[in-house]
Design a protein around this ligand. Structure first.
Ligand code: SF4
Length: 691
């Protein structure tokens, strides 16, 4: 193990313990399983069966169903029997929060139970209580007494278990000692895991979910490290970002959290939590997982993740020593100096690649956030407006918006009139040999570990180091691309090179969904570790042609999150969504909405759409929309405002963790939320109402 994975430079699945869920084997490098959860009322047997079948037909290998009380737990028997009668043998998982009695019923009926250690058994007041060591130990004893019967049932019936920690619902005990931190999440699961191991029960999977991908990634890494440190082995990991939301944002957030871990070989099963019908989660899971499928379970040294590309790639130098030059368990942005508006304390910039457009007109800039108003002869600049465009071409024949700058090839740059708006981009050697350079900003491309010199990329580093006009543009064609670029960052830190860096990421996947997953995974993983002062996303020429038809497919399937976008718009929006999800640059309202389940007492998809339509102009405001409070006010603490189901037709409104209005009638609850935003000075009148 290296820090928290098998290797940070070579793709290898982490070999975890093997777990049996019905006939399904999970962990120990078995294929990464995909799963989802039903949203129907568990007491409605036929609706749950029908929805489970839709999920199974879409590819779900496990289906989870909520069991809030003994009644729902008992009804799992009917659901399972109807499914088996219809020929579906997919293992079922009971989702348990507060009721050990329900868990003990369900564990006798279905193949797996999920318990949330923050909710199971623990009495919780959401208060910061003082715990002496004796109080703490006493609570652990109480948990042991109440948890052990469930373990015994699972052992007897061959039932698997997931100990599923959620960032928002840690116990008062954990909160008092660790706060709602990644280490607190890990300890919450470890308390339960130690009890299970003492009973020699090992059919266990673990998860560490949070709606913030950064917290979630750090928690999983810590969990792996702690399991190895304490037990010398690791239980399988179920990966997920909770309350990821819907549409493009939900997919991007999920891909950043889940994809970052998969890149390092962590993860045995994935669930993407979208506020959409559960069967729509499965293609997203598949897009995430298939990126690793050509890889043998454990690769031999030097073997890439796509064997066919291996010959063109070079091995990265492994990371020497037992210390990393950055901390993968805590976020800290890499120290850089500023070159113009790039690096240091500036938010990461977005560079839009418009080089494939032959003649760029003002209309094209609309796709990247700039709208020209002929009547006033002014540009309107959107919140998601690119900072630079890469044209590659000669100077544009119209005046640019004030905040926009252009990157072009050196010979075009030399001919450009306005050197405060136009900047050149060079290959490394070209820059060193160039006679004319910008005295403000020079972009210099480095292709990491994909050339005839194994240490290519390192070759020019010392000559370019700390040139105050140079912004590095890092990319790689190595099959393990993210790791190759990360390896270069490690080298930069070790050599004390503080030039800012743009992450250049190309995609040669085909559909819009695949591009989204690719961009979010490749760049999100680096941004979460504090690497990158800007991003530039691009499509290979091959994938450009496919994208239009991909949008059509999206429309035809009734999903509208990508409709009516140009390719440039799609890429620009994706770039800003990635920065938003990594919390490195906030440009829009953030929605933390749960996927809904049998506990939900209102239509979450419809309500989310309604709230979004009235608040999506509130840049930077985080709004949680939850079917119920099981994931706790902890997630509300991450959000600025919360809209949470509290009973049939009733909603409770939160500001941070604090309840502001209890049991509001759902018919007026969205209006009341808007009033709360207004009272809290978080409201801005939408532009459409100002005019
Ligand atoms: S927060 Fe949403 S998905 Fe989670 S248990 Fe409540 S209703 Fe179900």
């Amino acid at each position: 193990m290296q820090f928290y994975s098998e290797s940070l430079t070579e793709y290898k699945r982490l070999a975890t313990k093997e777990v049996k869920i019905g006939d399904l084997l999970l962990g120990n490098c078995h294929p990464i399983r995909v799963q989802t959860m039903t949203t129907t009322d568990t007491m409605d047997t036929m609706a749950t069966v029908e929805q489970s079948i839709r999920c199974i037909e879409a590819g779900a290998e496990l289906v989870r169903i909520t069991a809030p009380s003994k009644n729902e737990a008992a009804n799992l028997r009917n659901i399972k029997s109807e499914l088996r009668k219809r020929g579906y043998t997919t293992p079922l998982v009971a989702d348990i929060h507060f009721t050990p009695n329900a868990a003990e019923v369900a564990a006798r009926l279905v193949e797996k139970v999920r318990v949330n250690p923050g909710n199971y058994i623990d009495k919780k007041k959401f208060e910061l209580l003082e715990y002496s060591d004796a109080d703490y130990a006493e609570e652990i004893d109480r948990i042991r007494d109440r948890f052990t019967p469930l373990i015994k049932i699972c052992k007897e019936y061959g039932t698997a278990m997931r100990i599923g920690t959620n960032h928002g619902s840690l116990s008062d005990r954990i909160m008092s000692r660790y706060g709602d931190t990644p280490i607190g999440m890990v300890e919450s699961a470890m308390e339960f895991l130690r009890i299970a191991r003492n009973e020699t029960y090992h059919n266990i999977v673990l998860s560490m979910k949070a709606s913030n991908p950064q917290v979630m990634v750090q928690a999983y890494r810590l969990l792996v490290k702690m399991m190895f440190d304490e037990f010398g082995e690791c239980y399988p990991l179920h990966l997920g970002v909770t309350e990821a939301g819907d549409g493009e944002d939900g997919r991007v957030k999920s891909a950043i959290g889940i994809g970052t871990l998969l890149e390092d070989g962590l993860g045995d099963t994935v669930r993407v939590s979208l506020t959409e019908d559960p069967e729509l989660e499965i293609p997203v899971c598949r897009d995430l997982v298939k990126r690793y499928e050509k890889v043998p379970a454990i690769t031999t040294s030097g073997q890439g993740r796509e064997a066919g590309i291996k010959e063109t790639a070079f091995e990265m130098p492994s990371i020497a020593g037992s210390n990393l030059s950055y901390d993968p368990f805590h976020y800290q942005r890499r120290d850089t100096f500023a070159v113009d508006n790039i690096g240091s304390r500036h938010v990461p910039v977005v560079i839009a690649d418009m080089s494939k457009i032959e003649k760029i007109t003002p209309l094209h800039l609309q796709s990247v956030g700039y709208t020209y108003d002929e009547a006033t002869d002014k540009w309107n600049i959107g919140d998601a407006a690119a900072d630079y465009i890469f044209t590659g071409h000669a100077e544009l024949d119209f005046a640019l918006p004030g905040t926009l700058k252009v990157i072009t090839w050196p010979h075009h740059w030399q001919a450009a009139g306005d050197k405060t708006k136009y900047f050149p981009i060079y290959e490394a050697r070209g820059y060193l040999e160039a006679e004319t350079k910008s005295d403000a900003v020079n972009f210099v491309m480095l292709d990491c570990f994909n050339d005839e010199t194994p240490l290519h990329g390192f070759t020019y580093l010392d000559e370019l180091a700390n040139d105050r006009t140079v912004v590095f543009c890092l990319s790689s064609k190595h099959p393990h691309t993210m790791a190759a670029v990360r390896r270069m960052f490690i080298e930069l830190i070790e050599r004390k090179i503080a030039n800012p860096v743009i992450l250049i990421t190309d995609s040669n996947w085909q559909t819009a969904d695949e591009h989204l997953i690719h961009f979010a995974t490749e760049t999100g993983a680096l941004l979460l570790d504090g690497f990158g002062d800007g991003i530039c996303l691009g499509l290979t020429v091959k994938s450009y042609g496919h994208l239009a038809s991909s949008f059509e497919q999206v429309n035809a399937s009734g999903r509208n999150y990508l409709c009516n976008q140009t390719t440039e718009q799609f890429i620009n929006n994706t770039a800003f969504s990635i920065l938003q999800a990594t919390r490195t640059r906030i440009s829009k309202t953030e929605y933390i909405s749960c996927p809904s389940c049998g506990r939900t007492l209102f239509d979450l998809q419809e309500t989310t759409a309604k709230i979004r339509s009235r608040t999506n102009h509130l840049k930077g405001v985080k709004i949680a929309i939850m079917g119920c409070i099981v994931n706790g006010p902890g997630e509300m603490a991450d959000a600025d405002f919360g809209y949470v189901g509290s009973g049939p037709g009733k909603i409770t409104l939160y500001k941070g963790k604090e309840v502001i209005k209890r049991n509001v009638n759902s018919e007026v609850a969205v209006d009341e939320l808007i009033n709360l935003l207004k009272e809290s000075d978080a409201w801005i009148t939408p532009q459409s109402e100002v005019l």
